[in-house]
Design a protein around this ligand. Structure first.
Ligand SMILES: NC(=O)c1ccc[n+]([C@@H]2O[C@H](COP(=O)([O-])OP(=O)(O)OC[C@H]3O[C@@H](n4cnc5c(N)ncnc54)[C@H](O)[C@@H]3O)[C@@H](O)[C@H]2O)c1
Length: 253
């Protein structure tokens, strides 16, 4: 079976760097038209250039995806330029400070939940009417090992990624009769530009440190991208509501 992605339209958030960038390039290699959505304009433009240099089709939309106006712009620009939306990859995300719950400041909680969980909710809600009108669509979310366990990050990030898991499963069940599939990848450690601004002496990092054993090797972003493209493709046509670990077995330990 072919991927079926040739000529399809794909939105990838956080596509200016890391896993999102690798996914954008991989979708373009399958012949998809790619919307590179990112807060970082330089990163997004560079990825669009990379895709165009290999003969692919892409456009950048920049802005903070936790804002409704930016979400609306991404959706409207995609439909206007490419005529529809076949695949949505909610991948943009940020780390927390690895804080234990009592040490989570309001600003840390609100930002992490807003970017990691509310932004996927907003963009999915905006995109769904287009998928429903077409009678088909595939949504792939980037969850995390922290969507399975309490020992991979701080309270805010862990709660946000458990939320992404729930969002994915709810979508999978609610829309399966309308031709829409929703799945997620759950990456283990991956070599990207994501950064942690944590005080290593604080309770959170100190409490987590003993659990960072048997975590598996650090993945390359392309290994995460391959799983995203698979879940979005026709090869995964009966896969719905799955949270796929891409973690060298960490979640099996
Ligand atoms: N790298 C890892 O070890 C790892 C592990 C598990 C899960 N993840 C998840 O993978 C996803 C991708 O992260 P990455 O590791 O590639 O990091 P990255 O920092 O390399 O890329 C993330 C991209 O998202 C963009 N972004 C952040 N906030 C945004 C916002 N509000 N609006 C629009 N764009 C925004 C950034 O500008 C950046 O280009 C995230 O959801 C992250 O939580 C990463």
């Amino acid at each position: 079976m072919t991927s079926g992605l040739d000529g399809r339209t794909v939105i990838v958030t956080g596509a200016g760097s890391g896993i999102g960038r690798a996914a954008a390039l991989a979708f373009a290699a399958e012949g998809a038209k790619v919307v590179v959505a990112d807060l970082n304009a330089d990163g997004a433009e560079a990825v669009v250039k990379e895709i165009e240099q290999t003969g692919g089709t892409a456009l950048a939309v920049t802005g903070d995806l936790s804002e409704q106006a930016v979400v609306d712009e991404v959706t409207a620009t995609t439909v206007e330029r490419f005529g529809g939306i076949d695949v949505l990859v909610n991948n943009a995300g940020i780390m927390d400070r690895m804080s234990a719950l009592a040490d989570v400041a309001d600003a840390e909680w609100e930002r992490v939940i807003r970017v990691n969980l509310t932004a996927p909710f907003l963009l999915t809600r905006a995109v769904l009417p287009h998928m429903l009108a077409a009678g088909r669509g595939a949504i792939v979310n980037t969850a995390s090992e922290a969507g399975f366990r309490g020992s991979a990050a701080g309270a805010a990030y862990t709660a946000s990624k458990h939320g992404v898991v729930g969002l994915t499963k709810s979508l999978a069940v609610m829309y399966r009769k309308q031709g829409i599939r929703a799945n997620a990848i759950a990456p283990g450690g991956t070599a990207t530009n994501i950064s942690v601004d944590a005080d290593r002496e604080a309770l959170g990092p100190a409490a987590l440190a003993p659990h960072f054993v048997n975590v598996g090797r650090v993945a390359q972003p392309e290994e995460q991208a391959a799983a995203i493209v698979f879940l979005a493709s026709d090869a995964a046509s009966n896969i719905n509501g799955v949270i796929l670990p891409v973690d060298d077995g960490w979640s099996a330990v």
